[in-house]
Design a protein around this ligand. Structure first.
Ligand SMILES: [Fe+2]
Length: 274
């Protein structure tokens, strides 16, 4: 059967985020940053922060997450429930490491938005993510008074995948929360430091470098601070996560799968014969 084009063109995004330039930067320096605020309705996205439930595992944090994949027609679909699982190799925080964590899913009204669908499809295109590969999409962040470590003990870390992007949704009444990139987990080889503002999207080859965020301090005393991000990642190298994904989604295409290699081969044959 003739397979449809893997990713139909989606208007609005390509010219604004320039995926060719992003890919080139990822290939050469393993990170890239763009602002997507002209391509999506960030204030509409921020309206979904109001109903974000508390993270049951981590104090003072709020979170939802869903597993998504791209269908053959290019649409983005929710795959259903599966735990988030990070081994201690990738997460130093005892509240999170080596346990299955379950969260409420992203709201359907959010996932059904045209700009959310376009964002995920274009994100997958940048990273070369194919049909059936699980994509973890989370909205998470902190809100409160005083100060807080937004990573809650993770420190300099990697997320245990190869493709990772962080979109800053909201940063209000915050001092600090600077993002740092390093070549090494010890932090002796710094690469870059950046403060993310609304719409800034940091793309990281997560298996090539390490990242960190420093402390948030409330800027003005009478209003709470808040900082929320959307994290989207795929192609996990963490065995704990891949084992869980395999249990939940027996037909999913996981990183390192022979099936994924076959799909990519078929795709390149089709491209070559066009
Ligand atoms: Fe991270």
């Amino acid at each position: 059967m003739q397979q449809k084009t893997l990713f139909p063109p989606i208007t609005g995004f390509d010219t604004l985020i320039n995926p060719i330039a992003v890919k080139k930067e990822l290939n050469t320096q393993y990170w890239s940053i763009r602002n997507i605020s002209q391509s999506v309705d960030l204030s509409a996205w921020r309206s979904f922060l109001r109903d974000l439930p508390p993270d049951p595992y981590v104090e003072s944090r709020f979170k939802r997450m869903s597993w998504l994949h791209i269908l053959k027609d290019g649409n983005v679909q929710d795959m259903g429930e599966c735990a988030m699982a990070q081994s201690g190799k990738y997460n130093d925080a005892s509240t999170m490491a080596n346990k299955n964590r379950y969260y409420q899913p992203l709201e359907k009204a959010f996932l059904d938005r045209t700009d959310v669908q376009a964002f995920v499809a274009n994100w997958a295109k940048i990273w070369g993510i194919g049909v059936g590969e699980p994509i973890l999409m989370q909205i998470t962040g902190v809100r409160g008074h005083g100060h807080i470590d937004p990573l809650q003990g993770q420190g300099i870390h990697a997320d245990g995948c190869t493709a990772l992007s962080i979109v800053l949704l909201s940063r209000e009444n915050v001092c600090g929360a600077t993002n740092y990139l390093y070549n090494d987990k010890e932090g002796t080889q710094p690469i870059a430091k950046v403060v993310l503002n609304a719409g800034d999207t940091l793309h990281l080859c997560d298996d090539k470098l390490f990242h960190n965020v420093d402390r948030i301090t409330q800027q003005f005393p009478h209003t709470p601070f808040e900082r929320f991000v959307m994290i989207i990642n795929s192609r996990f190298v963490d065995k704990l996560q891949n084992d869980e994904l395999r249990k939940c989604f027996p037909n999913a295409v996981l990183y390192g799968d022979k099936r994924r290699d076959l799909d990519l081969q078929q795709l390149s044959i089709k491209r070559a014969t066009r």
